[in-house]
Design a protein around this ligand. Structure first.
Ligand code: PMP
Length: 398
């Protein structure tokens, strides 16, 4: 029988990141020693005190539906986190807890984007942004950011991209995939532009807040004139090594929070009761795990950045946050090995996967087709082996 699926499915694609992770797993299952640099999650375990809180929650009977936007004390703990870490004032009612930052982004896009609305996305960007806008029939305006400006949009580029139809601007800092981090001065420059366009919502994805090597995290919500335009996306996946727990949240103006609550009430009802109890413990505790992860990530970043810079043909930026490298690999386009020619980043990723047995992600999925993304959320030993293989196999292309 032919299965008639809805038209919207043809408008979106499965994330390239998830596809590559799946391919790597398949090759590993065949016994091939794959160095997986495609992964987007910390290779650390959730801290013990957080896991203990989840076990306690089960024993105490937290096994029922929760309020859609999360337990009241969890929303209060998130509001308190914003005061503690970001000096931002939000009430608990302005916080909506979700099944991961990804759902928070979906809540936002579904709540504000009408068909034909324009959404500005600077490239490179995280894969899900564009697909959610496509699901809602929004028109995406990509703004290409150059490696010379460390892949960050300038106020002039932003001003030029905004039209009366612009509804939403979507960005992350620290950025996945480039690792770029906007300084306070850079955010202030963008905020001045947004102040002139109060109809534009600003999605500030701060999921990598704690994984920042350049100093304290800065949020664009800190500028009072535009604070109500900003929707902060955050969650526990990266900073607390809790990807599988599925816990994200937003902070926004109250009418938006109410909209997210309404959307979520029809999609998921809420995230897991157990994850929410564990999240209270995570958010009210210390940040020692995040700090020790960052120190480890910093060592790996220095190691892999130096290693990649030494490979002829790779143009490497220096990431200031997150755990990804995003080298420009266009020097290899047109080169061949044993009759196989590399036409684009997808070809190079497949070449690296099947020949070097190193898994990476092609930059096209992030809107920057001249690059590939490598995650350094893996051991130094594996990074060392991965670099060696990359050097050897890229060297064979001529
Ligand atoms: N935003 C960015 C920039 C991400 O990299 C990710 C995860 N890869 C998410 C959001 C989604 O995070 P979560 O696991 O909380 O859904």
């Amino acid at each position: 029988m032919t299965f008639q699926l809805a038209e919207r499915l043809s408008r979106i694609s499965e994330p390239q990141t998830i596809k590559m992770a799946k391919l790597s797993r398949e090759l590993k299952a065949q016994g091939i020693d794959i160095i997986d640099l495609s992964i987007g999650e910390p290779d650390f375990d959730t801290p013990v005190h957080i896991r203990d809180a989840a076990k306690k929650a089960l024993d105490e009977g937290y096994t029922h539906y929760t309020p859609v936007a999360g337990y009241a004390d969890l929303r209060a703990a998130v509001a308190q986190k914003f005061k503690r870490d970001n000096k931002l004032d939000y009430t608990a009612e302005q916080i909506v807890v979700s099944t991961g930052a990804k759902q928070s982004i979906a809540n936002l896009v579904l709540s504000v984007v009408n068909p034909g609305d324009e959404v500005i996305i600077p490239t490179p960007y995280w894969v899900t942004y564009s697909e959610l806008v496509r699901l809602c029939h929004g028109d995406i305006k990509f703004v290409a950011c150059s490696v010379e400006n460390n892949y960050k949009i300038t106020p002039a580029q932003l001003e030029a991209a905004i039209t009366p139809k612009t509804k939403l601007f979507m960005f992350s800092s620290p950025c996945n995939p480039s690792g770029s981090v906007y300084s306070k001065a850079e955010l202030e420059g963008l905020a001045a532009v947004f102040q002139r366009h109060p109809q534009v919502y600003i999605m500030s994805d701060e999921i990598y807040e704690y994984i920042n090597y350049s100093g304290p995290h800065e949020s664009i919500a800190q500028f009072p004139a535009i604070k109500d335009q900003v929707i902060i996306i955050n969650g526990l996946s990266k900073g607390f090594a809790m990807t599988g727990w599925r816990l994200g949240y937003t902070a926004s103006a109250l009418p938006l929070a109410k909209a997210f609550d309404k959307i979520q009430s029809q999609f998921t009802s809420a995230t897991s009761s157990i994850s929410q109890r564990a999240a209270v413990t995570a958010l009210t505790g210390d940040l020692l795990t995040a700090q020790s992860m960052v120190e480890e990530f910093r060592k790996r970043r220095d190691f892999i950045a130096a290693g990649l810079a030494a490979i002829p043909g790779l143009k490497v930026n220096e990431p200031e946050g997150a755990f990804y490298m995003f080298p420009d690999i266009s020097a290899f386009f047109g080169k061949s090995f044993e009759g196989e020619t590399i036409e684009n980043a997808d070809d190079l990723c497949m070449f690296l996967l099947h020949k070097a047995h190193v898994s990476t992600v092609a930059g096209g999925a992030f809107g920057t087709p001249n690059c590939i993304r490598l995650s350094y959320a893996t051991s130094m030993d594996k990074l060392g082996k991965g670099l060696e293989r990359l050097g050897t196999w890229l060297g064979k292309l001529s």
